[in-house]
Design a protein around this ligand. Structure first.
Ligand SMILES: *Cc1c(COP(=O)(O)O)cnc(C)c1O
Length: 454
């Protein structure tokens, strides 16, 4: 099948996510046909450095022999059964590994040892929200029907997850369909809505958060946040202490804390889980993107024994968690995740990050000097570069100029694959990227920002 035919069928039959299909039809799309290490090859044979880890999922590179092998050997045994009334081997082994890892890394509260499987980040969040709501019901506490979340927050695209989302562009249109939720200001120091700069912005935002919780305490089920970095909202990196302070507020008012680590989990921030940076253990954690290295759709919602125990009872008490998916605990996905976790342990992936994190930091301070770069933000292996029209006033470029997209398209000519968030250039390479390739990624970004803005 030739390229022309494939493109024709793509345009005729596929509705692409987050895409204005009218513009899509006028463009020449890229078809990837192969991957290796940190690179992707398109149908013309051109290789691209994968600068955004194939949408933030790839941690150990494309076509990892160990994961290839684990999935192939599981295929020879069992591709799928069900966790509804039955078990399978990989899901059991992975649950044990995840519970051990979570208890080892998040040791400042009740360990998160009960693993509920699903198959994407949005459903991991839906599950966390339903568990949190029903937890209070099962405890005999009535009247709780509201979540607290952050502006610029992103927790996925299903209705429950959108209800706690705060990205206007993605979420506004669905407002009439959404569940009850309250939003606190995001500690976005560059554009702090309370007019504070770094680091006072963090404290001011915490005060607002506490006001909301104090005022609505009886109704609030939980606070849900993306700890340390609000990724899809624009790589908003929190000032130190915000997460710690949030945990303390939740403790003070007896509110659950849900950490959506779908993007930040599995080493991205320089530690296995972002919550480790501030010695915080959430009550519920959501994990997905990095879990299988992008091989198979899989997600985990992990909770403490205390929350789990509230669901135990006689059948007629109706305390059961009524939730499950056809693909829950899929053996191929769990086998991929087990192999991926084994690479983390064997290669000490996370321990090897500091020199790469330092390199990103160095290059970002150079990039920050450029005339149209308003702000640079970084936490570990996640970074964002905010392009502005006016550095002094922070005025953005007009939306129709699509400045972010133009920079990203320029990078493609240089063999670097990126995807922006509006006017923010996102850097999120696979964790195993070599320093040489990382340097190239950052060099190309710098050159393209200059090229497009001058
Ligand atoms: C990507 C993301 C999600 C949604 O995950 P999907 O697998 O795309 O449904 C949820 N929360 C955060 C923080 C994310 O980055």
């Amino acid at each position: 099948m030739d390229k022309k035919q494939l493109i024709e069928w793509d345009k005729k039959f596929i509705w692409h996510p987050f895409t204005q299909m009218k513009s899509w039809l006028n463009e020449e799309p890229t078809i990837f046909i192969e991957g290796r290490d940190c690179f992707l090859k398109d149908i013309d044979g051109k290789w691209y450095l994968d600068g955004v880890s194939s949408l933030w999922v790839n941690v150990h590179g494309h076509r990892r022999a160990e994961i290839d092998e684990a999935v192939k050997s599981q295929i020879d045994k069992l591709a799928h059964s069900t966790l509804l009334g039955a078990c399978n081997k990989p899901s059991i082994v992975l649950a044990k590994k995840m519970a051990d890892l979570l208890s080892e890394k998040l040791k400042w509260g009740e360990p998160l040892t009960k693993i509920f499987y699903s198959d994407n980040g949005s459903t991991a969040v839906e599950i966390a929200m339903k568990i949190a709501y029903q937890y209070w019901m099962n405890m005999g506490i009535r009247g709780k029907d509201t979540f607290v979340s952050l502006k610029e927050g992103y927790h996925g695209d299903t209705i429950g997850a959108v209800s706690v989302g705060g990205v206007e562009l993605f979420h506004n249109v669905y407002k009439p369909l959404l569940n009850k939720s309250l939003q606190a200001p995001a500690p976005y120091c560059y554009r702090c809505e309370l007019n504070n700069s770094y680091p006072q912005c963090g404290l001011a935002c915490l005060n607002e958060m506490e006001k909301i919780i104090a005022q609505h305490q009886k109704k609030v089920i939980a606070v849900i946040v993306e700890p340390l970095v609000q990724c899809a909202g624009g790589i908003i990196v929190w000032p130190e202490g915000y997460l710690r302070g949030l945990r303390e507020i939740c403790n003070k008012y007896d509110i659950l804390l849900i950490a959506d680590e779908v993007a930040t989990g599995f080493g991205r921030t320089g530690k296995m889980f972002a919550c480790e940076h501030e010695q915080v253990t959430p009550d519920i954690i959501c994990l997905s993107k990095g879990i299988t290295n992008g091989y198979m759709p899989l997600a985990v919602t992990a909770v403490s024994e205390k929350i789990f125990n509230a669901f135990l009872g006689e059948l007629e008490e109706r305390k059961t968690f009524y939730h499950g998916h056809s693909y829950t605990g899929n053996p191929l996905a769990c086998a991929a995740a087990i192999a991926n976790l084994e690479i983390f342990a064997k290669e000490t992936t996370v321990e090897k990050l500091p020199s790469k994190i330092y390199l990103i930091n160095e290059m970002l301070s150079e990039i920050a000097q450029l005339r149209y770069v308003g702000d640079v933000r970084q936490k570990g292996m996640i970074a964002g570069i905010e392009i502005v029209k006016d550095k002094n006033t922070k005025e953005p470029f007009p939306y129709k100029e699509q400045i972010g997209w133009r920079i990203v398209k320029a990078a493609r000519k240089h063999g670097v694959w990126l995807r922006p968030l509006g006017d923010i250039i996102v850097i999120m390479p696979p964790l195993i990227i070599s320093k040489e390739h990382l340097q190239r990624l950052l060099d190309v970004i710098k050159v393209c920002i200059i090229e497009v803005t001058s």
